[in-house]
Write a protein that binds this ligand. Structure first.
Ligand code: EPU
Length: 417
């Protein structure tokens, strides 16, 4: 297992190129199942989760080839309609094959993902929607088994916006008979990008990126040739790195329109942003100011940035209240930040962070993807050396993190234990 060793306290300077968005690439790869033939997807980051999705598709009978940010998927010979527990337990996004398998082949057997480090994360809304579209859905021995001759359009209301739930039902609806309306749908930029990929396959979709999405079913879809958007969470993570180290980092391939809530909060914390031809220049202040955040579905403050923002607030001037409303257990990073000296009290879904003057390096353990990113953010500003174990969590969602950091002057080493 690899670990990262970071010596903090350096000012960083230079350019970082943001990779393609993991959470857009995963559903877009799953959507290739809706057509028969070769789909080519560009700007796909080289990440563990992407390779897991590739293995899952290959398990179904697809050809999967990945090279230089390009995924080529051949869906001509799909013959198995099952996502086994062994793959699903390593990546919850495997649930994204449920909608397309059912819509295209009339049956799907997908392991229930179970809980995870950040919360229970049920999939009841995915299943409710498929049932409304006429599927027969059963739960047997830890698996969801769904069948339908042909799904039919339906009006579906989500009790809360769900990203992969919206994507699963959009895929199901593209090949259904009639029109589907998804209400209170997720509005994340990844959902809008995913809809553009489906439209490029011939799907009829209106309103993606808004809370009501209308999908008119068609008889068949063609393979895609599609390029995905840059990862807003990777960009946001580098912004917090610039903030906590008082650095000057220019982000290339960054879509600021996807980062409004975060940028506003980072401005309140004292960061400066300059739009330039070569990218977005982010300047960290000499001293950070505390500010409160509350995570919300998009366009609210992203839960995927909460941990990194907390690392930033742990050394800000004053007290910051951080409220997590999306996942009930997404404060696993708190105990690790406290091992570095942070002053944080958690009660229910609220963390109270009293800024201290300096974090100190310590041996740490990564618990999930964004928690590990927050430990990297903290370590880069800490005095002395920090060792972060279980870095495989980071590798699920950040492409070449330590290379990108080293290029701008950070002292980061990956060591194989
Ligand atoms: N929920 C339900 N029932 C459902 C579905 C969701 O109650 O059937 C609840 C969840 O428990 C949660 C809320 O709805 O409280 C929102 O969850 P959502 O379904 O939107 O999450 P997700 O689709 O499983 C995606 C991202 C996550 C990101 C969340 C929220 C992908 C592959 N994953 O998960 O990304 O945190 O949306 O924005 O798109 C990450 O990249 O680190 C990550 C965890």
């Amino acid at each position: 297992m690899d670990k990262l060793i970071i010596r903090g306290g350096r000012r960083l300077k230079g350019e970082v190129t943001i990779s393609g968005a993991k959470n857009a690439a995963l559903p877009i790869m799953a959507a290739s199942l809706l057509s028969s033939g070769y789909s080519t997807i560009h700007k796909v980051p080289n990440l563990r989760d992407i390779m897991t999705m590739g293995r899952l598709l290959a398990n179904l009978g697809a050809g999967f080839h990945y090279e230089e940010q390009k995924a080529i998927i051949n869906t001509e010979k799909i013959k198995i309609f099952e996502a086994p527990y062994d793959l699903v337990r390593t990546m919850r996004a495997s649930i994204l094959v449920l909608g397309p398998l059912l819509a295209k082949f009339g049956c799907a057997k997908v392991s229930l993902p179970g809980g995870c480090a950040i919360g229970a994360r049920p999939i009841n809304l995915h299943l409710m929607g498929l049932e409304k579209m006429g599927a027969d859905v059963k739960l047997e021995s830890g698996y969801v088994i769904a069948r339908a001759k042909r799904l039919r359009g339906a009006s579906i209301y989500f009790d809360m916006p769900t990203v992969t739930g919206t994507e699963n039902l959009m895929m199901a609806a593209t090949l259904a008979r009639g029109t589907t309306f998804l209400e209170n749908a997720a509005r994340e930029p990844e959902v809008a990008d995913f809809a553009s990929a489906l439209i490029s396959m011939g799907a009829r979709i209106k309103g993606a990126g808004e809370s009501i999405i209308e999908i008119e079913g068609v008889d068949e879809l063609r393979p895609m040739n599609y390029s995905i958007i840059p990862d807003r969470i990777e960009a946001g993570t580098f912004m917090t790195i610039a903030g906590i180290t008082g650095s000057d980092i220019t982000l290339k391939e960054c879509r600021i329109e996807h980062l409004d809530a975060l940028i506003m909060k980072l401005r309140d914390a004292g960061l400066l942003f300059e739009k330039r031809e070569e990218g977005l220049r982010v300047l960290g202040p000499a001293k950070l100011k505390s500010t409160n955040i509350k995570t919300m579905p998009y366009p609210g403050f992203p839960t995927d940035m909460q941990a990194q923002f907390m690392a930033l607030m742990s050394v800000a001037d004053g007290t910051s209240i951080i409220k997590e409303t999306i996942f009930e257990n997404r404060f696993m990073h708190v105990a690790e930040l406290m091992r570095m000296g942070a002053d944080i009290v958690v009660e229910g879904g609220i963390s109270t962070v009293k800024g201290i003057s300096k974090l100190k390096g310590a041996p740490l353990m990564a618990t999930d993807l964004r928690a590990s990113a927050s430990l990297v953010v903290a370590a880069l500003a800490a005095k002395g050396e920090t060792e972060i174990r279980r870095i495989y969590h980071l590798d699920r969602g950040y492409e070449k993190m330590e290379e990108k950091l080293r290029k701008i002057g950070a002292d980061v080493k990956r060591v194989n234990e």
